[in-house]
Design a binder for this molecule. Structure first.
Ligand code: BGC
Length: 348
């Protein structure tokens, strides 16, 4: 069968193969026919050789961690043939650590977790894949092809859950939210913020493309320019660019008792001068919390499925700016200026 593969650590090794063996039942009882995979910054990093680990016993890794598929069979009966599902990205470490043992593999303590299409587990960019029932999340059928947005939404469902858990450390009535970056993660952060009824502001580097319209369609305010220039402070800041100057400015934009959530995986290697003492003083004197978040566990995936089911389908559809048939896979990984979410179609 067809699969998009890469050799981790080896740039220019991206290929479409057509002789990948069918997934074995050792990968899980649920057999799924691929509908689509989404492309994100992590895929680019794996392709560029900066991230990723091959599957055990192989030099190659099947790419794809943002999935959408249709169940072909599930002998356990947890899912029915025809169900629309996405596969959970991360699997617990083999020890397992206390978090993985509790089903909170997103908080793995020893780093020995595996991730489909990223770290030691074949991805979902193949005609058919298998997962254990616990790692398949059912989607509302009305979402149809939009279900491919479930994985990035799960990242924000976790971010919001953790913001809310931190918030209850004291009396807290947040009203304003700042999201930096209007890529897929920023837009989904804003969607979940609007679903919670906050006054939402989204800042993006440029005004071009569909981003400003998508932000305004949520009822949020769109801004360009620097974070520092924005008037006022915000009760919650979600940093979704991973860009060092934006991160620092975002940390300074939290109101007293405010929470700053960092979601961007920066590449590192870029240093900037900043006054750590002044930042520390402002965080301490205002009881601010700055925290990082990565990945999501099953609870977050289910929250994300509910959030997507409640969202405006037309709005979600506008987030998918390019659909590329798997035969033209390489084009999907070439960045274009107005891309938001690019999706590779396995059924075209
Ligand atoms: C994925 C996460 C993953 C992280 C680090 C992100 O792109 O969405 O599931 O944990 O990369 O590999």
């Amino acid at each position: 069968m067809r699969a998009i593969t890469v050799i981790p650590g080896q740039p220019d090794s991206l290929r479409l193969v057509d002789d990948l063996p069918e997934p074995g039942t050792d990968e899980g009882a649920v057999l799924v026919e691929a509908i689509a995979v989404g492309v994100c910054g992590t895929d680019h990093e794996v392709i560029e050789g900066g991230h990723g680990e091959p599957s055990p016993g192989s030099a190659a890794l099947v790419l794809g961690h943002e999935s959408l598929g249709r169940v072909i069979e599930d002998p356990t009966g947890a899912l029915a043939p025809g169900d629309l599902v996405a596969g959970i990205v991360r699997h617990p470490d083999p020890v397992p650590c206390s978090n993985c043992a509790a089903g909170e593999w997103d908080m793995c303590r020893n780093g020995r977790y595996t991730e489909h299409g990223i770290k030691g587990l074949p991805g979902f960019a193949r005609d058919r894949w298998r997962v254990p029932p616990k790692f398949a999340v059912r989607l509302d059928p009305s979402l149809a092809e939009l279900g491919v947005l479930l994985e990035p939404t799960s990242i924000l469902a976790k971010a919001w859950e953790h913001i809310e858990r931190i918030g209850v450390r004291a009396a807290w009535e947040p009203q304003t939210v700042l999201v930096t970056g209007a890529g897929p993660i920023g837009l989904l952060a804003a969607l979940l913020a609007c679903q919670r009824g906050f006054e939402v502001h989204v800042l993006n580097r440029t005004e071009s493309g569909a981003k400003p319209g998508l932000v305004r369609a949520l009822g949020a305010r769109f801004h360009t320019g620097s974070v520092a220039e924005l008037p006022g402070e915000f009760d919650i800041v979600l940093e979704c660019t991973g860009a060092p100057p934006v991160i620092l400015d975002a940390m300074c934009k939290a109101a007293p008792n405010g929470i700053v959530c960092l979601t961007g995986v920066s590449t590192g290697g870029r240093t900037i001068d900043f006054d750590a003492g002044a930042l520390n003083r402002s965080l301490v004197l205002e009881n601010n919390v700055v925290f990082g978040t990565v990945n999501a566990n099953r609870r977050h995936w289910e929250l994300a499925a509910e959030a997507l089911a409640a969202a405006d389908k037309g709005w979600l559809r506008r987030m998918i700016t390019r659909r590329v048939p798997v035969s033209a896979y390489a084009e999907a990984y070439q960045r274009q200026p107005d891309d938001i979410k690019v999706v590779i179609d396995f059924q075209a």
